[in-house]
Design a protein around this ligand. Structure first.
Ligand code: NAP
Length: 252
């Protein structure tokens, strides 16, 4: 039987926020492609440990490292621990994200700041921390997990839409800064994926979204993970600064 090619063998990957949801699926998929994976989490060390066990059961190598990616010092510590454990990070997936939804008039400064810090500033901090190693290797893959909301906007999500749109601009800019050094920087923009983040969506809101999905199903975490793995693979070597929409046609 044909198997997934281990095309990322000898590469170390760090996936922020990979204790559950989309990040967990990305960590598993990169491990299936042969990468050694750092499973980053903020609060749930047991869940992160379980992801590592799953990867080890597949014959892969993984380590869980806790760090709040909103904080520069924690990110520095995360990268130092990651490098000590699995070697220089060649693949960075900026996936950690939160939502604090509210109409703009009611949105608190804390809701704004936390989403901007978790969903956007973290990508700046983590990219800055791994780039020197990637420049030395003359090879690197950065994939930012954005959202179709960053393209379209969405009432009640001004903070999230601004953060994700910022992430897309960061993607294009960094791609131009480091392209000459063999480093690609891309984004995926998922649509509606069933995870803890979308679990609280009301039935009417869920139906409204569902009715707009051309492929007539919600996205799975694997749908997104496979797009991320593609962007890290040799097949995507000539793709940079791109946003790959993974939404079943929601945003058509
Ligand atoms: P999720 O199930 O809520 O998981 C969020 C992950 O982020 C968890 O592993 C969490 O770790 C981690 N995290 C949160 N704050 C963190 C911090 N300060 N430092 C480090 N890790 C942190 O969310 P998801 O649905 O998988 O979303 C993953 C990414 O996809 C996000 O960027 C999200 O915006 C994006 N996205 C999701 C959808 C969707 O429909 N679900 C659609 C478009 C885009 P702990 O549990 O340890 O705190």
């Amino acid at each position: 039987m044909l198997q997934t090619p281990p095309d990322l063998r000898d590469k170390s990957a760090l996936v922020t926020g990979s204790s559950r949801g989309i990040g967990r699926a990305i960590a598993l998929e990169l491990a299936r492609h042969g990468a050694r994976v750092v499973v980053n989490y903020c609060r749930d060390s047991a869940a992160a440990g379980a992801v590592c066990h799953e990867i080890e059961a597949l014959g892969g190598q993984a380590i869980a490292i806790g760090a709040d990616v909103r904080q520069a010092l924690e990110v520095e510590r995360l990268m130092a621990s990651a490098e000590a454990a699995v070697g220089a990070v060649a693949i960075l997936v900026n996936n950690a994200g939160v939502t604090h939804d509210n109409l703009l008039l009611r949105m608190t400064e804390a809701e704004w700041d936390d989403v901007l810090a978790t969903d956007l500033k973290s990508a700046y901090l983590c990219s800055r921390a791994v780039l020197r190693g990637m420049l030395r290797m003359r090879w690197g893959r950065v994939v930012n997990v954005a959202s179709v909301i960053g393209l379209s906007g969405n009432p009640g999500q001004a903070n999230y839409a601004a953060a994700k749109a910022g992430l897309l601009a960061l993607t294009r800019t960094l791609a131009r800064e480091v392209g000459s050094r063999g480093i690609t920087v891309n984004a995926v923009a998922p649509g509606f994926v069933e995870t803890d983040m979308t679990a609280d969506l009301s039935e009417p809101a869920r139906k409204r979204l569902f009715d707009r999905i051309a492929l007539e199903r919600v996205g799975t975490t694997d749908d997104v993970a496979q797009a991320v793995a593609f962007l890290c693979s040799p097949a995507a070597a000539y793709i940079t600064g791109h946003t790959l929409v993974v939404d079943g046609g929601l945003s058509i």
